[in-house]
Design a protein around this ligand. Structure first.
Ligand SMILES: *Cc1c(COP(=O)(O)O)cnc(C)c1O
Length: 410
């Protein structure tokens, strides 16, 4: 078997710092907190350099595998991952008279969302540990990615989603090979089913942040972004925040990149964007709290960020504060408007969660939380095609004379 050079030394409790051995299966720490993967960064620094990386032919997140924990090449699960493009919103930025806003479009990844990053890593590591069955709660995209990578890896998958998960997501998960269940509750209710089912179900719980490797996959967003921007970072990152894996992961990536000398100490302001109907992190940030209390009656059409309880809440809040960023909530109505606006003016179809970041950007600009001159990156985390779109209202009858003036609206 081909052993990849990896630099994992141990795992570490994100709360107490207690060490746990790498190379064995883990969920949470003894204190019930997420575990973070730690590396021998001095050796990583010796082993990688920017030129070698630039010369690699492989695009997508596996090009950063020296930064990742998978040891056996045969366990690296690939479905054609790509380096996701950074798309400038030229027209919109000109209209707003601001520095060109950049969108990192994660919808181009396998299964149409950035959940592919996290789940590819989680599933690849599960294979390293010979896991045969995985279960997970999901609002849609994570389930699809889990199902796809598990099918590829030959691992059984069980997925539980709220029964109002967008229909296309639930069908996608089923079609990708997971045993899929619709649950009359929210994602935390699904999470409870998965957690309590570990014994009777004999499965590994792959819930957000309840296993250590999804963060490692999501951190590649930070590495990729930095590489694409010539090893610099933007001034502000707007991130649609549910469980917060991506925000925590990118924040971790920046520290690792600094430790190996790829970037300096400048950091972007990290902005957690949530929907007004489910904004536990925003509320905690405004209250100056270290943890977020559960959000009651969570509601938003941006399903990916309808997460009333985040186990990594303190890690999200810490990253926001350390970065001098902020948390901001936007109404569903503004999210929909933002989605239409970007589709019409710049030709880019965002998912609602991605549209929320643009709505938040506009709000932050108005509030003076960002400057016109700030270089801002918005994360569009899934393809807009997976979400409900407005009905077409116009029709034509071929048995009547076609009214071209009417078509043009004259
Ligand atoms: C899961 C998801 C999010 C939230 O990501 P986290 O890293 O878990 O906070 C945002 N947008 C979309 C489209 C998602 O699927």
């Amino acid at each position: 078997m081909v052993e990849i050079q990896t630099f994992t030394t141990h795992l570490e409790c994100s709360e107490t710092g207690k060490h746990y051995p790498a190379d064995q299966l883990h969920n949470l720490s003894d204190t019930g907190k997420p575990l973070l993967v730690r590396y021998d960064l001095a050796s990583l620094r010796e082993a990688v350099n920017k030129d070698d990386l630039a010369a690699k032919l492989e695009g997508g997140f596996w090009r950063y595998r020296e930064f990742l924990p998978v040891r056996q090449e045969t366990n690296v699960m690939r479905l054609g991952e790509v380096t996701t493009p950074i798309i400038p919103l030229e027209t919109t930025s000109q209209d707003l008279n601001v520095e060109t806003i950049l969108v990192k479009d994660e919808g181009r990844l396998p299964t149409g969302s950035f959940k592919a990053r996290g789940l590819a890593l989680a599933v690849s590591m599960a294979r390293e540990f010979d896991v045969k069955r995985i279960a997970m709660p999901t609002n849609g995209n994570a389930g699809a990615a889990l199902a796809a990578y598990c099918s590829l890896a030959g691992i059984e998958s069980y997925v539980f989603c709220p029964d109002d998960t967008p229909d296309v997501n639930a069908r996608e998960i089923e079609l990708q090979g997971a045993k899929t269940f619709l649950v009359n509750g929210l994602i935390n209710d699904c999470g409870r089913i998965v957690g309590e089912g570990q014994e009777p179900g004999g499965w590994f719980d792959c819930s957000t942040l309840k296993e250590p490797y999804r963060i490692e996959g999501k951190k590649t967003m930070g590495i990729e972004l930095a590489e694409q921007l010539g090893w610099t970072l933007p001034d502000v990152i707007f991130y649609p925040t549910g469980g917060g894996t991506g925000l925590i992961g990118m924040w971790k990536a920046f520290d690792e990149l600094e430790a190996i000398g790829f970037i300096g100490s400048n950091r972007p302001k990290m902005v957690a964007v949530q929907a007004s109907g489910c904004a536990p992190i925003v509320r905690a940030w405004e209250q100056g709290a270290e943890h977020a209390s559960p959000w009651e009656n969570a509601q938003t059409y941006a399903a990916g960020i309808r997460v009333p309880v985040a186990i990594g809440d303190f890690l999200i809040l810490r990253a926001i504060r350390e970065s001098h960023g902020f948390a901001i909530a936007v109404d569903d109505e503004l999210i929909e408007q933002a989605r239409t606006e970007i589709a019409h003016s710049d030709g880019l179809l965002l998912c609602p969660e991605g549209a929320a970041t643009f709505a938040a950007y506009k709000q932050a600009l108005k509030n003076g939380q960002v400057d016109r001159s700030d270089k801002c990156v918005l994360f569009n985390c899934a393809t807009g095609l997976k979400y409900p779109m407005p009905q077409v209202e116009r029709s034509l009858n071929i048995n009547q004379e076609i009214d071209y003036n009417g078509i043009l609206g004259h």
